[in-house]
Structure formats: structure tokens, C-alpha cells
Write a protein that binds this ligand. Structure first.
Ligand SMILES: Cc1cc2nc3c(=O)[nH]c(=O)nc-3n(C[C@H](O)[C@H](O)[C@H](O)COP(=O)(O)O)c2cc1C
Length: 164
């Protein structure tokens, strides 16, 4: 196993606090390139990303889920969406693309945090997303202020059941 490459899987953490430093266009281009490679049903590529830099919109998105405000702490928020016209597996495609985005971001030194329950009419209206589309998450994106220690995980044996 190439543990240098695989460490992205074990060392990625959910980041909720970010430095004020902006993210350059060059880094965003690198991220965009990596995000082309998420798997999708029948290679439909039914997912898409909306990159939000406008502070007023970031502030409004941050308010939607109540007092925990990781989105509001970041210079950028990204909505990761699925288009039902491109695939009937658009929900799975969007969720996988979201995790792919989180791992790609981590590879570039950036932090993200999955924020649940953002598939809401008011978010779609704010971002100009058609109502039939699915929003897997809206994640904050930025340079981590710090990387928290890993929350405990169950041992591998508890996740795996083998049928022989
Ligand atoms: C489906 C899903 C929903 C989540 N929702 C939230 C959320 O709404 N707010 C938040 O701060 N973190 C959220 N998280 C992040 C989890 O709390 C985090 O992944 C978990 O505690 C493990 O920590 P780690 O990502 O650093 O390994 C969510 C993660 C997933 C996969």
C-alpha cells in the first residue's frame, strides 16, 4: 500500500474554523481539475458545484442551520448538487462528488465540512438552483485554522462482515 497517498483518507478532518487567507484562482483551478474525476452512474457526470464568494450569501447560508456556523467562518462556500435530467442516480452522484470534493480539497491543504440538511427551497432560491435538483451539501472551504484531533472510530472489524 502506498501509505503516503492513502493518508488523505485517514487524516482528512472536518474543519470548522478557517484562516482569513483567500484561496487563489490557481488553487481553485487545481481543485476544479481534480473534481472532474468523481465516479458517476454510467459516467453521466450529473453533479455540479456552485462556488459562493459573496459574503452576504455566505452569511445567509450560515444562518440557515442555526447556531453552528462553519460556513460563516470560511472565505468560500460550495454547494454540491445533482441534476435529475442527467441521471436518475443524481442523488448518489452528488453525494459521491461531495466526498470527492472534500478529499481533493484536503490534498491541496484546504479544509471542508459536510453540512447536512441544505437541500431546502430557500437555499435553492438563494443560489438559483432548480427545485428538482438535489443539494448534497453546502460546505465551507478555506485554509484550516487548525486540524482537530481525530474523533474516535470503531475498529475495522465492526464495519466488515465477510460471507465465505
Ligand atoms: C452526512 C453528514 C452530515 C454531516 N453534517 C454535519 C453538520 O451539519 N454540521 C457539522 O458541523 N458537521 C457535519 N458533519 C461532519 C461530521 O460531524 C464529521 O464527519 C464526523 O464527526 C467525523 O469527523 P471527521 O470528519 O473529522 O473525521 C456531517 C458529516 C456527514 C458525513
Amino acid at each position: 500500500m502506498n501509505s503516503r497517498t492513502c493518508s488523505v483518507l485517514s487524516e482528512r478532518r472536518s474543519i470548522r474554523n478557517f484562516k482569513r487567507e483567500p484561496i487563489s484562482d490557481g488553487v481553485m483551478q487545481e481543485l476544479m481539475e481534480l473534481c472532474r474525476w468523481a465516479p458517476t452512474a454510467r459516467n453521466s457526470q450529473s453533479y455540479y458545484f456552485i462556488v459562493i464568494k459573496k459574503p452576504e450569501i455566505i452569511g445567509a447560508l450560515s444562518e440557515i442551520r442555526g447556531p453552528a456556523k462553519p460556513i460563516g467562518n470560511a472565505p468560500i462556500a460550495v454547494a454540491i448538487c445533482g441534476d435529475p435530467e442527467k441521471s436518475r442516480r443524481f442523488i448518489q452522484d452528488a453525494c459521491i462528488a461531495a466526498y470527492h470534493f472534500m478529499l481533493a480539497s484536503w490534498c491541496l491543504g484546504l479544509g471542508t465540512c459536510w453540512i447536512a440538511d441544505m437541500d431546502r427551497p430557500e437555499v435553492k432560491e438563494m443560489l438559483g438552483i432548480p427545485k428538482e435538483h438535489y443539494i448534497a451539501t453546502v460546505t465551507p472551504l478555506g485554509w484550516p485554522e487548525e486540524v482537530p484531533p481525530p474523533p474516535p472510530r470503531k475498529p475495522g472489524e465492526e464495519f466488515f462482515r465477510t460471507i465465505e
